[in-house]
Design a protein around this ligand. Structure first.
Ligand code: NAD
Ligand code: ZN
Ligand code: ZN
Length: 394
């Protein structure tokens, strides 16, 4: 089959690789019809190379048609339409039973000290072949795939794999009071959808921050007060306090993560780690402070005293310097983590089948054949041609 594979920094290719096979009785094989490129894939493309091997199959936002099931699978059948969550969760362990699917105890990557395995996402998360491919082996056929109805295009459902539950969790963890205020830092797909969900769930005031004009414009169409970071290099927190009764917002969602614009020394550290051989760079990146923390620092400054920061952007350093005095003194509440995809599906699915209140139709700016993945990654990273969300179709 054809698959999108990683070959080095900013080097992804289409390779022909062996078709996946049923290995366990509860496995299924899914023929992928639509699969997203995520901001998390951009971290693999740019800075997380030390945790990848040449030829790793990327992708964790797939949906498609069940092609084959193992003898232990009764919940889905060949021909059925399914979306695959990015976390590989068993659905039956202690963690999954509490809705903490990203901590699944059946798939935790214990030799790396990490949580649940993920599709297409580095040695830290199990190095499992991903979903930017023609076919995907999906374990836990009775509990992991999300059956979705026929009759509506893939674009309506594909974001159940990541964007929708991730943004839903970001809003849930932000704990925005009824009629409260929230600032969303970063208006990529995750921040944009978080802002839409916050409004849908009753936030009175949603302020968004980014530095890409079309992303700001998109958010404004959905009722967000969008601020351009470039116009507020030194006064962003002050301006936002002015918009929120002098106090700051009840909550801040950090939807930027480790590659934030405006963190020059950490950018240099990331670049230097990228030049070292993987065997040296991987432990260095795990034990040093290599995150670009600009967005998180902004969140600490912006949030009101006693407010909540919900970190949904991905971070990875072990020795990141944090202003503990301010975090403690402001009595900031902090919540974060990989999305527990399966947990939020029952909340979200009705919003996809009963009209489209979140505007997922038209959310993708580009839908391209799988073959064009190399160009698509480049376009998404450079934010050219108005690219905000790109879907690939094998
Ligand atoms: N926790 C999870 O389960 C989960 C799931 C999916 C994605 N993510 C993470 O969420 C983050 C966003 O993903 P995405 O797909 O929207 O990616 P993206 O790269 O398209 O979005 C990031 C946005 O942040 C903006 N930005 C950069 N620096 C900024 C700053 N200092 N202040 C404000 N905005 C800034 C960029 O211009 C960009 O629009 C990534 O870190 C991704 O890895 C996490
Ligand atoms: Zn993702
Ligand atoms: Zn589990």
């Amino acid at each position: 089959m054809k698959a999108v594979t990683w070959h080095g920094k900013r080097d992804v290719r289409i390779d022909t690789v062996p078709d996946p096979k049923i290995e366990d009785p509860t496995d299924s094989i899914v023929r992928i019809t639509t699969t997203g490129i995520c901001g998390s894939d951009l971290h693999l493309y740019e800075v997380l190379g030390p945790f990848l091997s040449e030829g790793d199959i990327l992708g964790h936002e797939p949906m498609g048609i069940v092609e084959e099931v193992g003898p232990g699978v009764t919940a889905i059948h060949p021909g059925q339409r399914v979306v695959i969550p990015f976390n590989i969760s068993c659905g039956t362990c202690f963690m999954c039973n509490q809705g903490l699917h990203s901590q699944c105890e059946t798939t935790q990557v214990r030799d790396q000290g990490m949580g649940a395995a993920l599709f297409g996402f580095t040695k830290l998360y199990g190095q499992v072949p991903g979903g930017q491919a023609e076919y995907l082996r999906v374990p836990f056929g009775n509990t992991l795939p999300i059956p979705v109805p026929e009759g509506l295009p893939d674009e309506r459902f594909v974001y159940l794999s990541d964007v929708l539950p991730t943004a839903w969790q970001a809003v849930e963890y932000a704990g925005i009071p009824n009629d409260g205020s929230v600032v969303v830092l970063g208006l990529g797909p995750i921040g944009d959808m978080s802002a839409r969900i916050a409004r849908h769930r009753g936030a009175q005031q949603v302020i968004g921050v980014d530095l890409v004009p079309e992303r700001l414009a998109r958010a404004r169409l959905h009722g967000v007060d969008a601020l351009d970071l470039r116009d507020h290099q030194n006064d962003l927190a002050e301006v936002i306090r002015g918009m929120t009764g002098g106090r700051g917002p009840d909550a801040v969602i950090d939807a930027v993560g480790m590659e934030a614009h405006g963190s020059p020394s950490a950018k240099l550290a990331q670049q230097m780690a990228g030049l070292l051989p993987a065997a040296v760079a991987a432990p260095l990146m795990q034990h040093a402070g290599v995150d670009r923390l600009n967005a998180f620092y902004l969140a600490i400054d912006i949030v009101r005293r006693g407010g909540t920061i919900s970190v949904i952007g991905v971070y990875g350093g072990m020795a990141d310097p944090l202003p503990m005095l301010t975090i403690f003194d402001k009595q900031i509440q902090l919540r974060m983590g990989q999305a527990n995809v399966r947990r939020w599906v029952p909340d979200i699915l009705p919003l996809l089948t009963d009209g489209d209140p979140l505007g997922v139709d038209g959310f993708a700016t580009h839908t391209l054949p799988l073959d064009q993945a190399p160009q698509a990654y480049e376009m998404f990273q450079k934010k050219t041609d108005g690219a905000v969300k790109i879907l690939l179709q094998p």
